[in-house]
Write a protein of this length. Structure first.
Length: 241
Protein backbone atom coordinates (compact mmCIF):
# COMPACT_ATOMS: atom_id res chain seq x y z
CA UNK A 1 0.00 0.00 0.00
CA UNK A 2 1.16 3.54 -0.75
CA UNK A 3 0.44 6.68 1.24
CA UNK A 4 -2.65 8.61 0.10
CA UNK A 5 -4.07 11.78 1.60
CA UNK A 6 -7.59 11.95 2.98
CA UNK A 7 -8.82 14.40 0.28
CA UNK A 8 -7.61 11.92 -2.36
CA UNK A 9 -9.19 8.91 -0.66
CA UNK A 10 -12.59 10.56 -0.11
CA UNK A 11 -13.75 10.69 -3.77
CA UNK A 12 -12.51 7.12 -4.30
CA UNK A 13 -14.55 5.86 -1.34
CA UNK A 14 -17.60 7.77 -2.54
CA UNK A 15 -17.22 6.36 -6.05
CA UNK A 16 -17.02 2.83 -4.64
CA UNK A 17 -20.54 3.10 -3.20
CA UNK A 18 -22.12 5.44 -5.76
CA UNK A 19 -21.12 3.82 -9.05
CA UNK A 20 -22.66 0.39 -8.29
CA UNK A 21 -25.82 2.25 -7.16
CA UNK A 22 -25.27 1.04 -3.62
CA UNK A 23 -25.88 4.49 -2.13
CA UNK A 24 -28.44 7.01 -3.29
CA UNK A 25 -27.32 10.51 -2.34
CA UNK A 26 -27.20 13.99 -3.77
CA UNK A 27 -24.76 15.74 -1.40
CA UNK A 28 -21.36 15.11 0.09
CA UNK A 29 -20.23 17.16 3.11
CA UNK A 30 -16.63 17.60 4.17
CA UNK A 31 -14.36 19.43 6.56
CA UNK A 32 -11.77 22.06 5.66
CA UNK A 33 -9.09 19.46 4.85
CA UNK A 34 -11.16 18.37 1.85
CA UNK A 35 -12.56 21.83 1.15
CA UNK A 36 -9.04 23.14 0.64
CA UNK A 37 -8.28 20.40 -1.92
CA UNK A 38 -9.84 21.32 -5.28
CA UNK A 39 -9.26 17.79 -6.56
CA UNK A 40 -11.54 16.41 -3.86
CA UNK A 41 -14.41 18.76 -4.75
CA UNK A 42 -13.93 18.09 -8.46
CA UNK A 43 -13.95 14.35 -7.76
CA UNK A 44 -17.34 14.63 -6.04
CA UNK A 45 -18.66 16.74 -8.93
CA UNK A 46 -17.38 14.15 -11.40
CA UNK A 47 -19.70 11.62 -9.77
CA UNK A 48 -22.68 13.89 -10.46
CA UNK A 49 -22.97 14.90 -6.79
CA UNK A 50 -22.96 18.28 -5.08
CA UNK A 51 -20.56 19.12 -2.29
CA UNK A 52 -20.57 21.30 0.78
CA UNK A 53 -17.17 21.83 2.35
CA UNK A 54 -15.73 24.09 5.00
CA UNK A 55 -12.88 26.26 3.68
CA UNK A 56 -10.42 28.76 5.02
CA UNK A 57 -11.39 32.45 4.66
CA UNK A 58 -8.09 32.89 2.79
CA UNK A 59 -9.37 30.68 -0.07
CA UNK A 60 -9.00 32.64 -3.29
CA UNK A 61 -11.89 33.16 -5.73
CA UNK A 62 -13.03 35.54 -8.43
CA UNK A 63 -16.13 37.61 -7.78
CA UNK A 64 -16.52 37.91 -11.54
CA UNK A 65 -15.09 35.36 -13.97
CA UNK A 66 -11.97 36.89 -15.62
CA UNK A 67 -11.45 36.75 -19.36
CA UNK A 68 -8.93 34.18 -20.60
CA UNK A 69 -7.59 33.14 -23.98
CA UNK A 70 -4.92 31.02 -25.60
CA UNK A 71 -2.01 33.34 -26.49
CA UNK A 72 -1.38 33.73 -30.24
CA UNK A 73 1.46 31.77 -31.76
CA UNK A 74 4.45 33.97 -32.57
CA UNK A 75 5.85 31.69 -35.26
CA UNK A 76 8.54 30.10 -33.11
CA UNK A 77 8.49 27.15 -30.74
CA UNK A 78 5.38 25.18 -29.87
CA UNK A 79 1.95 26.60 -30.42
CA UNK A 80 0.40 27.72 -27.11
CA UNK A 81 -2.39 25.44 -25.96
CA UNK A 82 -3.01 26.55 -22.39
CA UNK A 83 -5.23 29.51 -21.63
CA UNK A 84 -3.84 32.59 -19.90
CA UNK A 85 -5.44 35.63 -18.36
CA UNK A 86 -6.20 38.46 -20.69
CA UNK A 87 -4.03 41.46 -19.87
CA UNK A 88 -5.74 43.65 -17.30
CA UNK A 89 -7.96 40.89 -15.91
CA UNK A 90 -8.47 41.14 -12.13
CA UNK A 91 -6.56 38.80 -9.86
CA UNK A 92 -8.28 36.35 -7.56
CA UNK A 93 -8.95 37.58 -4.03
CA UNK A 94 -9.58 35.88 -0.71
CA UNK A 95 -13.10 34.99 0.35
CA UNK A 96 -12.69 37.36 3.28
CA UNK A 97 -11.99 40.26 0.93
CA UNK A 98 -14.75 39.37 -1.53
CA UNK A 99 -17.43 38.92 1.14
CA UNK A 100 -16.43 41.90 3.30
CA UNK A 101 -18.62 44.47 1.44
CA UNK A 102 -21.78 42.33 1.55
CA UNK A 103 -24.66 44.66 2.51
CA UNK A 104 -26.92 44.07 5.49
CA UNK A 105 -29.77 42.93 3.22
CA UNK A 106 -27.60 40.03 2.00
CA UNK A 107 -27.75 38.43 5.46
CA UNK A 108 -30.78 36.40 6.51
CA UNK A 109 -31.62 34.26 9.52
CA UNK A 110 -31.75 30.60 8.51
CA UNK A 111 -32.41 27.37 10.40
CA UNK A 112 -29.29 25.24 10.09
CA UNK A 113 -30.45 22.12 11.90
CA UNK A 114 -32.63 20.79 14.66
CA UNK A 115 -30.77 20.34 17.93
CA UNK A 116 -31.79 18.92 21.31
CA UNK A 117 -32.40 22.45 22.71
CA UNK A 118 -34.38 23.33 19.58
CA UNK A 119 -33.66 24.73 16.09
CA UNK A 120 -30.19 26.19 15.61
CA UNK A 121 -30.45 29.48 13.78
CA UNK A 122 -27.69 31.68 12.36
CA UNK A 123 -27.32 34.62 10.02
CA UNK A 124 -26.17 33.42 6.60
CA UNK A 125 -25.03 35.19 3.43
CA UNK A 126 -23.99 33.63 0.14
CA UNK A 127 -22.69 34.83 -3.20
CA UNK A 128 -21.84 33.24 -6.53
CA UNK A 129 -18.13 33.22 -7.43
CA UNK A 130 -15.66 31.46 -9.71
CA UNK A 131 -13.30 29.01 -8.04
CA UNK A 132 -9.58 28.93 -8.76
CA UNK A 133 -8.15 25.90 -10.52
CA UNK A 134 -4.41 25.93 -11.16
CA UNK A 135 -4.30 29.77 -11.27
CA UNK A 136 -7.18 29.84 -13.82
CA UNK A 137 -10.94 30.26 -13.31
CA UNK A 138 -12.64 26.97 -12.49
CA UNK A 139 -16.28 26.05 -11.86
CA UNK A 140 -18.83 28.55 -10.57
CA UNK A 141 -19.61 27.83 -6.92
CA UNK A 142 -21.39 29.35 -3.95
CA UNK A 143 -19.40 30.92 -1.13
CA UNK A 144 -21.32 30.97 2.12
CA UNK A 145 -20.58 32.72 5.40
CA UNK A 146 -22.37 31.97 8.64
CA UNK A 147 -22.33 34.57 11.40
CA UNK A 148 -22.70 33.47 15.01
CA UNK A 149 -24.53 36.16 16.92
CA UNK A 150 -22.93 35.31 20.26
CA UNK A 151 -19.27 34.99 19.23
CA UNK A 152 -19.18 36.90 15.94
CA UNK A 153 -17.33 34.02 14.28
CA UNK A 154 -17.68 33.76 10.50
CA UNK A 155 -17.19 30.16 9.31
CA UNK A 156 -16.76 29.98 5.54
CA UNK A 157 -17.86 27.23 3.17
CA UNK A 158 -18.12 26.37 -0.52
CA UNK A 159 -21.16 24.78 -2.19
CA UNK A 160 -20.88 23.28 -5.66
CA UNK A 161 -24.67 23.19 -6.08
CA UNK A 162 -26.27 24.82 -9.15
CA UNK A 163 -27.23 28.47 -9.16
CA UNK A 164 -30.96 27.80 -8.72
CA UNK A 165 -30.57 25.64 -5.58
CA UNK A 166 -32.78 27.01 -2.79
CA UNK A 167 -30.95 28.91 -0.04
CA UNK A 168 -32.66 26.86 2.69
CA UNK A 169 -31.43 23.63 1.06
CA UNK A 170 -27.84 24.84 0.93
CA UNK A 171 -27.94 26.06 4.52
CA UNK A 172 -29.39 22.80 5.85
CA UNK A 173 -26.59 20.83 4.20
CA UNK A 174 -24.06 22.89 6.16
CA UNK A 175 -25.43 21.36 9.36
CA UNK A 176 -25.02 17.75 8.30
CA UNK A 177 -21.49 17.42 9.68
CA UNK A 178 -22.78 17.88 13.23
CA UNK A 179 -24.55 14.49 13.53
CA UNK A 180 -21.51 12.76 12.02
CA UNK A 181 -19.14 14.41 14.50
CA UNK A 182 -21.51 13.67 17.37
CA UNK A 183 -21.66 10.01 16.39
CA UNK A 184 -17.88 9.77 16.57
CA UNK A 185 -17.61 11.65 19.87
CA UNK A 186 -20.35 9.63 21.58
CA UNK A 187 -19.44 6.24 20.18
CA UNK A 188 -15.77 6.20 21.17
CA UNK A 189 -16.22 6.38 24.97
CA UNK A 190 -19.67 4.76 25.20
CA UNK A 191 -20.00 2.20 22.44
CA UNK A 192 -16.43 1.08 21.80
CA UNK A 193 -15.85 2.75 18.44
CA UNK A 194 -12.12 3.08 19.08
CA UNK A 195 -11.73 -0.25 20.88
CA UNK A 196 -11.24 -2.49 17.85
CA UNK A 197 -8.12 -4.66 17.67
CA UNK A 198 -8.06 -5.41 13.96
CA UNK A 199 -5.39 -5.16 11.30
CA UNK A 200 -7.43 -5.22 8.11
CA UNK A 201 -10.15 -3.29 6.36
CA UNK A 202 -12.38 -6.37 6.47
CA UNK A 203 -12.19 -6.42 10.25
CA UNK A 204 -12.40 -2.66 10.80
CA UNK A 205 -15.32 -1.92 8.51
CA UNK A 206 -17.93 -4.23 10.12
CA UNK A 207 -16.92 -3.05 13.59
CA UNK A 208 -17.42 0.60 12.69
CA UNK A 209 -20.68 -0.14 10.85
CA UNK A 210 -22.21 -1.98 13.80
CA UNK A 211 -21.16 0.75 16.24
CA UNK A 212 -22.80 3.42 14.06
CA UNK A 213 -25.99 1.34 13.91
CA UNK A 214 -25.87 0.92 17.69
CA UNK A 215 -25.50 4.67 18.10
CA UNK A 216 -28.52 5.22 15.87
CA UNK A 217 -30.54 2.80 18.05
CA UNK A 218 -29.43 4.51 21.28
CA UNK A 219 -30.31 7.97 19.97
CA UNK A 220 -33.75 6.83 18.79
CA UNK A 221 -34.47 5.15 22.12
CA UNK A 222 -33.35 8.24 24.01
CA UNK A 223 -35.72 10.43 22.02
CA UNK A 224 -38.58 7.98 22.54
CA UNK A 225 -38.02 7.77 26.30
CA UNK A 226 -37.93 11.54 26.60
CA UNK A 227 -41.40 11.65 25.07
CA UNK A 228 -42.72 8.87 27.34
CA UNK A 229 -41.26 9.63 30.75
CA UNK A 230 -42.00 13.36 31.29
CA UNK A 231 -45.76 12.72 31.76
CA UNK A 232 -44.99 9.86 34.18
CA UNK A 233 -42.62 12.03 36.20
CA UNK A 234 -45.24 14.80 36.31
CA UNK A 235 -47.91 12.36 37.56
CA UNK A 236 -45.58 11.08 40.29
CA UNK A 237 -44.82 14.59 41.51
CA UNK A 238 -48.54 15.39 41.70
CA UNK A 239 -49.25 12.20 43.72
CA UNK A 240 -46.42 12.90 46.14
CA UNK A 241 -47.66 16.43 46.71
Amino acid sequence: MTFTTKPAVAPEMLAAVVKPHGLRCRWGVAEAACGGAPGCLDGVAGLGRWAWAAVSPTTRVWQERPATRVPPWRGRGRRPQRERWVEGAPAARTVREVAAPLPAVAWARQTIKEGSPGPRVAEVAAMRVSAVRDTLPGPDVWVGRRRHRATGALPTSLWTAPRDTAVATRVRRSGMRWPLATCGEDSKPRLGLGAEAVRSWTGWHPHRTWVILAHFFVVRMSLSLKRIFPPIQSARSQLSS
